[in-house]
Design a protein around this ligand. Structure first.
Ligand SMILES: O=C(O)[C@@H](CO)OP(=O)(O)O
Length: 206
């Protein structure tokens, strides 16, 4: 039985372009983001992949990325489950702040710790660890059982919510996952074993 799981980060958003901390804010995709989403769909189509169910977050940049991918695949009507468990990490008080201005205000090192440490949350927000503590239970209870049952699953979500998932799937340490940047609109194709372990991984980043 096939156990297919594809993860894809949304295409470039308006706030990615403006270099703003985004978190749970809901900016749309830029033109480039739309093109990235379509290209992601094209790559999956070239691999002749199709899906039985899709998961996405409660945020429009991920939902629209998924919609564009499904259009490219000719799978517009696919069953899609939206859940805020898959939302981006909440950036708390940093939300809406320019990342360069934050570095000037708080110092390069402090901002790096907030962005890429495992368990230090930004003020009022979530660390990667806290993000993983909501993403992983959702993955284990809702998504993984579908993959194990033979449903072909695509998940369109966010840089940090997907980082939490990649960490679990690939058994990475906090240090290893923090160095891993997920490109916008670049699907990662996993084949899992009957037990839900990773059998193979193919990163479709350019
Ligand atoms: O702003 C955000 O929500 C995220 C993703 O774009 O940023 P970072 O790469 O700093 O975690």
């Amino acid at each position: 039985m096939e156990h297919l799981l594809v993860l894809v980060r949304h295409g470039q958003s308006e706030w990615n372009l403006k270099n703003l901390f985004t978190g749970w804010k809901d900016p749309g995709l830029t033109e480039k983001g739309v093109a990235e989403a379509r290209a992601a769909g094209g790559k999956l189509r070239d691999l002749k992949l199709a899906f039985d169910v899709a998961y996405t977050s409660d945020l429009s940049r991920a939902q629209n990325t998924l919609k564009l991918i499904l259009e490219e695949l000719g799978q517009e009507g696919l069953e899609t489950i939206r859940d805020q468990a898959l939302n981006e990490r909440d950036y708390g008080d940093l939300t809406g702040m320019n990342k360069d201005e934050a570095r000037e205000k708080f110092g390069e090192e402090q901002v790096h710790v907030w962005r890429r440490s495992f368990d230090v949350p930004p003020p009022g927000g979530e660390s990667l660890k806290m993000t993983a503590e909501r993403v992983l239970p959702y993955y284990r209870s809702e998504i993984l059982p579908q993959v194990i049952a033979g449903k072909r699953v695509i998940v369109a979500a966010h840089g940090n919510s997907l980082r939490a998932l990649v960490m679990e799937l690939e058994g990475l340490s906090p240090d290893e996952i923090l160095k891993r940047e997920l490109a916008t609109g670049a699907p990662i194709v996993y084949r899992l074993t009957d037990e839900g372990k990773v059998a193979s991984v193919q990163d479709l980043a350019d």
